[in-house]
Design a protein around this ligand. Structure first.
Ligand code: HEC
Length: 140
């Protein structure tokens, strides 16, 4: 699924690493890096669209709402990257994450919130960056 690397790019593009020496701010440093974020935001929006098509779509209810939420968040992230607005990227990262995770809870994870062992899945999205960890901790 292309959505996962694309989401990682957006999530990891802004933030801060706090160490004993101080805080290192993370943000895209040049036009090329901003372009990478912008492209990934587009991929996310497009993934939301694809989730609504054909056999992938599961009914008219929450699935469609979560897919649309991903489209919307991807577009906001795209505009934020165009404007080089670090704060906006950071904020929309949370929206992206909740669209992903709300859908996974409803349609993928089992009742205990675990990933079904039959799947090939590794939950890379939930372990790979500071922001999702924070959001996950607060939703459990
Ligand atoms: C509309 C529902 C929906 C949305 C939104 C959604 N997912 Fe998923 N995702 C699923 C379902 C269902 C599965 C498990 C079955 C499958 O792999 O198709 C899954 C599986 C995955 C997997 C495992 C894939 C694999 O091949 O094993 C990853 C990684 C993933 N999603 C990441 C994300 C990320 C990151 C986002 C948000 C940017 C996201 N998903 C948004 C429904 C969704």
């Amino acid at each position: 699924m292309v959505v996962d690397p694309a989401a990682d790019v957006v999530w990891e593009s802004v933030g801060a690493i706090i160490t004993a020496e101080g805080t290192e701010e993370i943000f895209p440093k040049n036009d090329g890096e901003w372009a990478t974020v912008r492209n990934s935001a587009l991929v996310l929006a497009e993934s939301g669209n694809l989730l609504m098509l054909g056999e992938r779509a599961k009914g008219e209810g929450p699935w469609m709402i979560m897919s649309q939420a991903l489209v919307k968040a991807g577009r906001i992230a795209f505009e934020a990257a165009e404007a080089k607005d670090e704060d906006a990227i950071f904020m929309v990262g949370g929206d992206i994450y909740s669209a992903c995770e709300t859908c996974h809870v409803l349609y993928w994870y089992d009742e205990d919130g675990a990933i079904p062992s039959t799947g090939s899945a590794t939950p890379a999205a939930t372990t790979s960056s500071i922001l999702p960890e924070t959001v996950r901790a607060s939703t459990q």
